[in-house]
Design a protein around this ligand. Structure first.
Ligand code: ADP
Ligand code: MG
Length: 385
Protein backbone atom coordinates (compact mmCIF):
# COMPACT_ATOMS: atom_id res chain seq x y z
CA UNK A 1 0.00 0.00 0.00
CA UNK A 2 1.29 3.43 -1.01
CA UNK A 3 0.76 6.82 0.63
CA UNK A 4 1.46 10.38 -0.48
CA UNK A 5 4.66 12.31 0.10
CA UNK A 6 3.04 14.62 2.68
CA UNK A 7 1.80 11.63 4.70
CA UNK A 8 5.20 9.93 4.50
CA UNK A 9 6.82 13.15 5.71
CA UNK A 10 4.46 13.33 8.69
CA UNK A 11 5.58 9.83 9.66
CA UNK A 12 9.26 10.75 9.25
CA UNK A 13 8.72 13.85 11.35
CA UNK A 14 7.18 11.77 14.14
CA UNK A 15 10.55 9.94 14.20
CA UNK A 16 12.42 13.25 14.63
CA UNK A 17 13.52 13.44 11.01
CA UNK A 18 13.40 17.11 9.95
CA UNK A 19 11.09 18.05 7.07
CA UNK A 20 10.28 21.42 5.45
CA UNK A 21 7.26 23.38 6.75
CA UNK A 22 4.26 22.65 4.56
CA UNK A 23 0.49 22.66 4.04
CA UNK A 24 -1.68 20.34 1.96
CA UNK A 25 -4.15 22.12 -0.33
CA UNK A 26 -7.14 20.76 -2.22
CA UNK A 27 -7.90 23.80 -4.41
CA UNK A 28 -5.85 26.45 -6.20
CA UNK A 29 -7.28 29.10 -3.83
CA UNK A 30 -5.96 27.12 -0.87
CA UNK A 31 -2.59 26.88 -2.62
CA UNK A 32 -2.53 30.66 -3.00
CA UNK A 33 -3.40 31.19 0.68
CA UNK A 34 -0.74 28.71 1.80
CA UNK A 35 1.82 30.46 -0.36
CA UNK A 36 0.83 33.83 1.18
CA UNK A 37 1.29 32.41 4.70
CA UNK A 38 4.82 31.39 3.72
CA UNK A 39 5.65 34.84 2.45
CA UNK A 40 5.05 34.09 -1.24
CA UNK A 41 8.19 32.18 -2.13
CA UNK A 42 7.56 28.41 -1.85
CA UNK A 43 7.47 25.12 -3.75
CA UNK A 44 4.21 23.56 -5.01
CA UNK A 45 4.29 19.77 -5.25
CA UNK A 46 1.69 17.56 -6.95
CA UNK A 47 0.79 14.61 -4.71
CA UNK A 48 0.57 11.39 -6.73
CA UNK A 49 1.51 7.76 -6.10
CA UNK A 50 4.61 8.07 -8.31
CA UNK A 51 7.94 9.83 -8.51
CA UNK A 52 9.64 11.64 -11.36
CA UNK A 53 7.40 14.67 -10.70
CA UNK A 54 10.20 17.24 -10.76
CA UNK A 55 11.09 16.51 -14.39
CA UNK A 56 7.42 16.38 -15.42
CA UNK A 57 6.44 19.82 -14.09
CA UNK A 58 4.80 18.48 -10.91
CA UNK A 59 7.25 20.26 -8.57
CA UNK A 60 7.63 24.00 -9.15
CA UNK A 61 9.38 26.84 -7.41
CA UNK A 62 7.09 29.81 -6.85
CA UNK A 63 7.98 33.47 -6.18
CA UNK A 64 4.63 35.02 -5.21
CA UNK A 65 1.10 33.80 -4.25
CA UNK A 66 -0.61 34.54 -7.62
CA UNK A 67 2.02 32.45 -9.36
CA UNK A 68 1.37 29.62 -6.89
CA UNK A 69 -2.31 29.78 -7.81
CA UNK A 70 -1.54 29.79 -11.54
CA UNK A 71 0.75 26.74 -11.28
CA UNK A 72 -1.78 24.94 -9.08
CA UNK A 73 -4.55 25.48 -11.67
CA UNK A 74 -2.29 23.97 -14.32
CA UNK A 75 -1.32 21.02 -12.13
CA UNK A 76 -4.92 20.26 -11.10
CA UNK A 77 -6.23 20.58 -14.67
CA UNK A 78 -4.86 17.34 -16.13
CA UNK A 79 -3.34 14.00 -15.14
CA UNK A 80 0.35 14.23 -14.39
CA UNK A 81 2.43 11.99 -16.64
CA UNK A 82 5.90 11.13 -15.32
CA UNK A 83 8.47 8.46 -16.16
CA UNK A 84 6.85 6.31 -13.46
CA UNK A 85 3.11 6.72 -14.17
CA UNK A 86 2.56 5.20 -17.61
CA UNK A 87 1.11 7.22 -20.50
CA UNK A 88 -2.31 7.88 -18.91
CA UNK A 89 -0.74 9.64 -15.90
CA UNK A 90 -2.33 10.12 -12.49
CA UNK A 91 -4.98 12.60 -11.34
CA UNK A 92 -3.78 15.27 -8.95
CA UNK A 93 -6.23 15.95 -6.11
CA UNK A 94 -3.83 17.39 -3.53
CA UNK A 95 -0.90 19.79 -3.69
CA UNK A 96 1.73 20.14 -1.00
CA UNK A 97 2.81 23.77 -0.57
CA UNK A 98 6.20 23.78 1.06
CA UNK A 99 8.81 26.30 2.16
CA UNK A 100 11.54 26.68 -0.47
CA UNK A 101 14.68 25.32 1.13
CA UNK A 102 18.17 26.49 0.14
CA UNK A 103 19.88 23.22 -0.72
CA UNK A 104 23.66 22.71 -0.50
CA UNK A 105 23.88 18.96 -1.25
CA UNK A 106 21.44 16.18 -2.22
CA UNK A 107 21.73 12.51 -1.21
CA UNK A 108 19.78 9.35 -1.91
CA UNK A 109 18.65 7.22 1.02
CA UNK A 110 16.31 4.27 1.37
CA UNK A 111 15.54 1.22 3.47
CA UNK A 112 13.82 -1.60 1.64
CA UNK A 113 13.28 -5.35 1.78
CA UNK A 114 15.90 -7.52 0.11
CA UNK A 115 13.75 -10.57 -0.55
CA UNK A 116 16.60 -12.65 -1.91
CA UNK A 117 18.59 -12.35 1.34
CA UNK A 118 15.54 -12.16 3.61
CA UNK A 119 16.56 -8.93 5.28
CA UNK A 120 16.19 -5.18 5.13
CA UNK A 121 18.85 -3.31 3.25
CA UNK A 122 19.97 0.29 3.58
CA UNK A 123 20.84 2.02 0.31
CA UNK A 124 22.62 5.37 0.20
CA UNK A 125 24.36 7.51 -2.38
CA UNK A 126 26.09 10.88 -2.34
CA UNK A 127 24.71 11.41 -5.85
CA UNK A 128 21.07 11.81 -4.87
CA UNK A 129 18.29 13.79 -6.48
CA UNK A 130 16.40 13.47 -9.70
CA UNK A 131 19.04 11.49 -11.64
CA UNK A 132 19.49 8.56 -9.26
CA UNK A 133 18.36 6.08 -11.96
CA UNK A 134 21.23 7.28 -14.19
CA UNK A 135 23.71 6.89 -11.31
CA UNK A 136 22.52 3.31 -10.76
CA UNK A 137 23.01 2.56 -14.44
CA UNK A 138 26.29 4.35 -15.13
CA UNK A 139 28.18 4.43 -11.81
CA UNK A 140 26.72 1.67 -9.61
CA UNK A 141 29.85 1.87 -7.42
CA UNK A 142 28.56 5.22 -6.12
CA UNK A 143 25.61 3.46 -4.51
CA UNK A 144 26.32 1.94 -1.09
CA UNK A 145 24.22 -0.95 0.18
CA UNK A 146 24.22 -2.38 3.67
CA UNK A 147 22.25 -5.53 4.53
CA UNK A 148 20.76 -5.26 8.03
CA UNK A 149 20.84 -8.33 10.26
CA UNK A 150 17.25 -8.81 11.53
CA UNK A 151 18.53 -10.05 14.91
CA UNK A 152 20.80 -7.14 15.78
CA UNK A 153 19.04 -4.45 13.73
CA UNK A 154 20.98 -1.46 12.40
CA UNK A 155 23.97 -0.69 14.67
CA UNK A 156 25.25 2.88 15.16
CA UNK A 157 28.72 1.97 13.83
CA UNK A 158 27.13 0.75 10.59
CA UNK A 159 25.09 3.93 10.30
CA UNK A 160 28.28 5.97 10.90
CA UNK A 161 30.09 4.07 8.15
CA UNK A 162 27.30 5.00 5.71
CA UNK A 163 27.33 8.65 6.86
CA UNK A 164 31.10 8.79 6.29
CA UNK A 165 30.71 7.18 2.86
CA UNK A 166 28.29 9.99 2.01
CA UNK A 167 31.17 12.38 2.78
CA UNK A 168 29.59 13.85 5.91
CA UNK A 169 31.78 15.03 8.79
CA UNK A 170 31.44 16.59 12.23
CA UNK A 171 28.03 17.31 13.67
CA UNK A 172 26.18 16.68 10.35
CA UNK A 173 27.71 13.19 10.32
CA UNK A 174 26.37 12.55 13.85
CA UNK A 175 22.97 13.97 12.85
CA UNK A 176 22.96 11.54 9.93
CA UNK A 177 23.73 8.58 12.23
CA UNK A 178 20.76 9.52 14.39
CA UNK A 179 18.56 9.99 11.33
CA UNK A 180 19.51 6.56 9.95
CA UNK A 181 18.77 4.88 13.30
CA UNK A 182 15.37 6.62 13.41
CA UNK A 183 14.66 5.70 9.82
CA UNK A 184 15.34 2.03 10.53
CA UNK A 185 13.09 2.15 13.61
CA UNK A 186 10.32 3.72 11.51
CA UNK A 187 10.65 1.02 8.83
CA UNK A 188 10.21 -1.70 11.47
CA UNK A 189 7.48 -0.14 13.60
CA UNK A 190 5.43 1.02 10.61
CA UNK A 191 5.87 -2.25 8.64
CA UNK A 192 7.29 -0.60 5.52
CA UNK A 193 8.55 -2.50 2.51
CA UNK A 194 10.13 0.77 1.37
CA UNK A 195 11.06 4.11 2.89
CA UNK A 196 12.86 6.31 0.41
CA UNK A 197 14.18 9.82 0.95
CA UNK A 198 15.34 11.24 -2.35
CA UNK A 199 16.72 13.74 -1.89
CA UNK A 200 17.91 13.88 1.67
CA UNK A 201 19.59 17.29 1.72
CA UNK A 202 22.09 19.31 3.66
CA UNK A 203 20.69 22.83 3.65
CA UNK A 204 22.87 25.89 3.13
CA UNK A 205 22.41 26.51 6.86
CA UNK A 206 23.98 23.10 7.53
CA UNK A 207 20.93 21.01 8.53
CA UNK A 208 19.88 17.59 7.30
CA UNK A 209 16.33 17.52 5.94
CA UNK A 210 14.08 15.06 4.07
CA UNK A 211 13.07 16.97 0.92
CA UNK A 212 11.02 14.11 -0.59
CA UNK A 213 9.63 10.92 0.94
CA UNK A 214 8.05 7.76 -0.35
CA UNK A 215 6.68 5.02 1.89
CA UNK A 216 5.16 1.69 0.90
CA UNK A 217 3.48 -0.35 3.63
CA UNK A 218 3.52 -4.13 3.64
CA UNK A 219 -0.04 -5.09 2.59
CA UNK A 220 0.11 -8.15 4.84
CA UNK A 221 0.68 -5.90 7.87
CA UNK A 222 -2.01 -3.31 7.21
CA UNK A 223 -4.31 -5.05 9.71
CA UNK A 224 -1.85 -4.12 12.48
CA UNK A 225 -2.29 -0.39 11.86
CA UNK A 226 -5.85 0.82 12.19
CA UNK A 227 -5.04 4.24 10.72
CA UNK A 228 -3.63 2.93 7.41
CA UNK A 229 -6.86 2.25 5.45
CA UNK A 230 -7.98 5.86 6.04
CA UNK A 231 -4.70 7.11 4.54
CA UNK A 232 -5.48 5.61 1.11
CA UNK A 233 -6.23 7.96 -1.77
CA UNK A 234 -8.52 5.95 -4.04
CA UNK A 235 -8.19 8.51 -6.85
CA UNK A 236 -4.69 7.11 -7.40
CA UNK A 237 -5.80 3.53 -8.01
CA UNK A 238 -7.20 1.79 -11.07
CA UNK A 239 -11.00 1.50 -10.41
CA UNK A 240 -10.85 -2.17 -11.39
CA UNK A 241 -8.17 -2.76 -8.77
CA UNK A 242 -10.48 -1.24 -6.14
CA UNK A 243 -13.37 -3.52 -7.18
CA UNK A 244 -11.05 -6.54 -7.19
CA UNK A 245 -9.88 -5.63 -3.67
CA UNK A 246 -13.47 -5.60 -2.40
CA UNK A 247 -13.94 -9.20 -3.58
CA UNK A 248 -10.54 -10.26 -2.29
CA UNK A 249 -9.22 -10.89 -5.81
CA UNK A 250 -5.76 -9.82 -6.97
CA UNK A 251 -5.93 -7.90 -10.22
CA UNK A 252 -2.87 -6.61 -12.02
CA UNK A 253 -3.16 -4.47 -15.14
CA UNK A 254 -0.72 -5.18 -17.95
CA UNK A 255 -0.33 -3.76 -21.44
CA UNK A 256 -1.46 -6.50 -23.89
CA UNK A 257 -4.81 -7.81 -25.15
CA UNK A 258 -5.44 -11.17 -23.44
CA UNK A 259 -7.33 -11.13 -20.12
CA UNK A 260 -6.14 -13.94 -17.84
CA UNK A 261 -8.22 -15.57 -15.12
CA UNK A 262 -6.17 -17.96 -13.00
CA UNK A 263 -6.10 -19.48 -9.53
CA UNK A 264 -2.92 -19.05 -7.51
CA UNK A 265 0.00 -16.65 -7.98
CA UNK A 266 2.43 -19.36 -9.16
CA UNK A 267 0.04 -20.53 -11.86
CA UNK A 268 -0.53 -16.90 -12.84
CA UNK A 269 3.20 -16.39 -13.45
CA UNK A 270 3.46 -19.64 -15.42
CA UNK A 271 0.42 -18.62 -17.49
CA UNK A 272 1.96 -15.27 -18.42
CA UNK A 273 5.23 -16.98 -19.37
CA UNK A 274 3.55 -19.57 -21.60
CA UNK A 275 1.33 -16.95 -23.26
CA UNK A 276 4.40 -14.84 -24.01
CA UNK A 277 6.23 -17.87 -25.41
CA UNK A 278 3.31 -18.49 -27.76
CA UNK A 279 3.52 -14.88 -28.98
CA UNK A 280 0.60 -13.58 -26.90
CA UNK A 281 0.43 -10.41 -24.83
CA UNK A 282 -1.47 -10.46 -21.52
CA UNK A 283 -3.76 -7.46 -20.79
CA UNK A 284 -3.96 -8.27 -17.09
CA UNK A 285 -4.12 -11.12 -14.69
CA UNK A 286 -6.74 -11.85 -12.14
CA UNK A 287 -6.00 -14.37 -9.44
CA UNK A 288 -9.15 -15.80 -7.83
CA UNK A 289 -7.14 -17.63 -5.17
CA UNK A 290 -7.41 -21.20 -3.95
CA UNK A 291 -10.94 -21.67 -2.66
CA UNK A 292 -12.90 -19.37 -4.94
CA UNK A 293 -16.67 -19.67 -5.21
CA UNK A 294 -18.87 -19.44 -8.28
CA UNK A 295 -19.71 -15.82 -7.34
CA UNK A 296 -16.02 -14.95 -7.10
CA UNK A 297 -15.26 -16.41 -10.52
CA UNK A 298 -18.23 -14.54 -11.98
CA UNK A 299 -17.04 -11.26 -10.40
CA UNK A 300 -13.52 -11.87 -11.71
CA UNK A 301 -14.93 -12.41 -15.18
CA UNK A 302 -16.91 -9.15 -14.98
CA UNK A 303 -13.79 -7.24 -13.93
CA UNK A 304 -11.76 -8.66 -16.84
CA UNK A 305 -14.52 -7.74 -19.27
CA UNK A 306 -14.53 -4.12 -18.07
CA UNK A 307 -10.90 -3.77 -19.17
CA UNK A 308 -11.26 -2.16 -22.60
CA UNK A 309 -7.92 -3.56 -23.79
CA UNK A 310 -9.12 -7.15 -23.48
CA UNK A 311 -9.78 -8.75 -26.88
CA UNK A 312 -9.85 -12.37 -25.71
CA UNK A 313 -9.91 -14.27 -22.42
CA UNK A 314 -7.71 -17.07 -21.23
CA UNK A 315 -8.88 -19.07 -18.23
CA UNK A 316 -6.32 -21.34 -16.63
CA UNK A 317 -7.61 -23.09 -13.53
CA UNK A 318 -6.34 -26.03 -11.61
CA UNK A 319 -9.36 -27.43 -9.78
CA UNK A 320 -7.70 -28.92 -6.74
CA UNK A 321 -9.84 -27.33 -4.06
CA UNK A 322 -12.14 -25.71 -6.59
CA UNK A 323 -14.34 -27.97 -8.70
CA UNK A 324 -14.18 -27.44 -12.48
CA UNK A 325 -18.00 -27.48 -12.88
CA UNK A 326 -18.20 -24.60 -10.37
CA UNK A 327 -15.71 -22.58 -12.43
CA UNK A 328 -17.57 -23.37 -15.62
CA UNK A 329 -20.85 -22.17 -14.11
CA UNK A 330 -19.18 -18.97 -12.91
CA UNK A 331 -17.86 -18.25 -16.39
CA UNK A 332 -21.19 -19.04 -18.07
CA UNK A 333 -23.10 -16.85 -15.60
CA UNK A 334 -20.83 -13.83 -16.00
CA UNK A 335 -20.29 -14.11 -19.76
CA UNK A 336 -24.02 -14.55 -20.33
CA UNK A 337 -24.90 -11.55 -18.17
CA UNK A 338 -22.70 -9.14 -20.12
CA UNK A 339 -23.38 -10.77 -23.51
CA UNK A 340 -19.69 -11.51 -23.98
CA UNK A 341 -18.86 -12.40 -27.57
CA UNK A 342 -15.07 -12.30 -27.13
CA UNK A 343 -13.14 -15.49 -27.79
CA UNK A 344 -12.53 -17.49 -24.62
CA UNK A 345 -10.14 -20.39 -24.18
CA UNK A 346 -10.36 -22.46 -21.02
CA UNK A 347 -7.75 -24.82 -19.73
CA UNK A 348 -8.77 -26.63 -16.61
CA UNK A 349 -7.84 -29.70 -14.76
CA UNK A 350 -8.77 -31.37 -11.51
CA UNK A 351 -12.03 -32.41 -9.87
CA UNK A 352 -15.04 -32.80 -12.13
CA UNK A 353 -13.07 -31.68 -15.17
CA UNK A 354 -15.18 -33.53 -17.73
CA UNK A 355 -18.39 -32.14 -16.24
CA UNK A 356 -16.92 -28.61 -16.40
CA UNK A 357 -15.77 -28.98 -20.01
CA UNK A 358 -19.18 -30.36 -21.01
CA UNK A 359 -20.99 -27.38 -19.44
CA UNK A 360 -18.77 -24.95 -21.35
CA UNK A 361 -19.17 -26.71 -24.71
CA UNK A 362 -22.96 -26.63 -24.35
CA UNK A 363 -23.04 -23.02 -23.16
CA UNK A 364 -23.35 -21.34 -26.56
CA UNK A 365 -20.40 -19.06 -25.73
CA UNK A 366 -17.50 -18.42 -28.15
CA UNK A 367 -15.40 -20.81 -26.08
CA UNK A 368 -12.76 -23.45 -26.79
CA UNK A 369 -11.43 -25.92 -24.27
CA UNK A 370 -7.70 -26.68 -24.44
CA UNK A 371 -6.19 -30.07 -23.64
CA UNK A 372 -3.19 -28.71 -21.79
CA UNK A 373 -1.56 -25.36 -20.98
CA UNK A 374 0.57 -25.15 -24.14
CA UNK A 375 -2.29 -26.14 -26.42
CA UNK A 376 -4.72 -23.73 -24.76
CA UNK A 377 -2.27 -20.80 -24.86
CA UNK A 378 -1.55 -21.24 -28.56
CA UNK A 379 -5.30 -21.47 -29.27
CA UNK A 380 -6.11 -18.08 -27.69
CA UNK A 381 -3.15 -16.47 -29.48
CA UNK A 382 -4.38 -17.93 -32.83
CA UNK A 383 -7.97 -16.85 -32.19
CA UNK A 384 -6.79 -13.26 -31.71
CA UNK A 385 -4.17 -13.33 -34.46
P1 ADP B 1 10.31 13.83 -7.53
O1 ADP B 1 11.25 12.87 -6.89
O2 ADP B 1 8.96 13.25 -7.74
O3 ADP B 1 10.85 14.46 -8.78
P2 ADP B 1 10.97 15.71 -5.35
O4 ADP B 1 10.12 15.96 -4.17
O5 ADP B 1 12.18 14.89 -5.14
O6 ADP B 1 10.04 15.06 -6.50
O7 ADP B 1 11.33 17.10 -5.97
C1 ADP B 1 12.20 17.24 -7.09
C2 ADP B 1 13.35 18.18 -6.75
O8 ADP B 1 12.83 19.45 -6.36
C3 ADP B 1 14.19 17.71 -5.57
O9 ADP B 1 15.23 16.86 -6.00
C4 ADP B 1 14.70 19.01 -4.98
O10 ADP B 1 15.88 19.41 -5.65
C5 ADP B 1 13.62 20.02 -5.34
N1 ADP B 1 12.75 20.31 -4.17
C6 ADP B 1 11.73 19.55 -3.74
N2 ADP B 1 11.15 20.09 -2.66
C7 ADP B 1 11.82 21.25 -2.40
C8 ADP B 1 11.70 22.29 -1.41
N3 ADP B 1 10.76 22.25 -0.46
N4 ADP B 1 12.58 23.31 -1.46
C9 ADP B 1 13.54 23.36 -2.42
N5 ADP B 1 13.69 22.43 -3.37
C10 ADP B 1 12.85 21.37 -3.38
MG1 MG C 1 12.36 12.77 -5.26
Amino acid sequence: MNIHEYQAKEILNSYDIPIPRGHVALTSDQVERASKMMGGRCVVKAQIYAGGRGKAGGVRLVDYPEQAQEYAKEIFSRPLVTSQTGPAGLKVRRILVEEAVEIAREFYLSITLDRENSCYVLIASAEGGMDIEQVALKCPQKIHTLPIDPLTGLRPYQARKIALELGLTGSVCEDCVELLMNLYRASQEKDCTLIEINPLVVTKAGWLMAMDAKITFDDNAVYRHREYPDMMDYSQLDPLEITAGKYDLSYIKLTGSIGCLVNGAGLAMATLDVLKECGGDPANFLDVGGGATREKVAEAFRIILQDKDVKGIFVNIFGGIMRCDVIANGIIEAAGEVHCSLPIVVRMDGSEVELGKGLLRESGLNVQVGDNLGDAASRIVKMLG
